[in-house]
Design a binder for this molecule. Structure first.
Ligand code: F6R
Length: 260
């Protein structure tokens, strides 16, 4: 796991967008897993800038969502598919048919999870998965207690997550109770995981994920079980880590031939 500590959110976005840019250059038909929420917004802005500047194209790429709320109308502004369109898809050349999300409108929601898994497999797996982290240590919406081998399925959000996400809704009671999310095993199948976290509120979950035990109590600790992880955090989010000096030294001494 590579832990990259940067000055601020913009520097974090520069690194994560650079990782996506390099992937698309090397593999134009890449499958890119996208998170929603505040953490990746600046990354998507930078990717749109890179597209506008002619440096990248998404024409052959596929975009796959990490999760989606259950119970919101298809045109609800907080639907995650809508978020991904607003921040990325509508501003680049990815074909609409190349944007995939768990089918939360299916009659049989239990069957929708395995169908999403099959789709990810048909696409050849996820090349790069962007992740945020919840204040309770969730990744995707795998709340504490999620099985380490979980696959895409319905989860119930914790009260803490619903409170955190209430800022996006008119009323706290409007935050859905359920989501369909890629499981921890699904996320672990992606070939490269990039976790973005900024701000003091992320210090405790980042410390638990990076330096705590591998445990369902902190679902993001599955990062420790993955062969290729980049954790990009600002100084505040890094403030709970013990091995900061080592992470800095490693990054400062990063050889020019070694990419993220
Ligand atoms: C969103 C998702 C969540 C968020 C996490 C952090 O698709 O899967 O795990 O990444 O809740 O949210 P922000 O970035 O808003 O702090």
């Amino acid at each position: 796991m590579e832990v990259v500590i940067v000055a601020d959110e913009d520097a974090a976005a520069r690194i994560s967008a650079g990782i996506v840019e390099r992937l698309l250059t090397d593999k134009p038909a890449a499958v890119i897993g996208v998170a929603t929420g505040s953490s990746p917004i600046n990354t998507y802005r930078r990717l749109v800038e890179a597209y506008d500047a002619g440096r990248i194209s998404f024409a052959d790429a596929h975009i796959v969502l990490l999760d989606e709320y259950v119970g919101l109308a298809p045109d609800h502004p907080q639907r995650y598919r809508r978020f991904v369109h607003d921040h990325l898809v509508d501003h680049v050349d990815v074909p609409t048919g190349h944007v995939h999300a768990p089918d939360v409108d299916a009659d049989d929601l239990n069957a929708a999870g395995p169908r999403y898994e099959a789709l990810l497999a048909d696409l050849g797996g996820v090349d790069l998965q962007l992740l945020g982290i919840g204040s309770d240590g969730h990744v995707g919406f795998n709340e504490p207690g999620s099985s380490l081998r979980s696959r895409t399925r319905i989860k119930t959000l914790t009260a803490a997550t619903r409170e955190d996400n209430a800022r996006f809704f008119d009323h706290p009671d409007d935050v859905p109770r359920h989501v369909m999310t890629q499981g921890l095993a699904t996320i672990g199948d992606a070939r490269h995981l990039v976790l973005l976290a900024c701000g003091a509120a992320k210090a405790a979950p980042v410390a638990a994920a990076v330096e705590g035990p591998l445990t369902t109590s902190c679902p993001a600790s599955i990062l420790q079980w993955h062969p290729h992880v980049t954790v990009v955090i600002d100084e505040d989010a890094a403030s709970g880590l013990a091995n900061v000096a080592y992470y800095r030294e490693t990054h400062e001494g990063k050889p020019p031939w070694q990419h993220y």
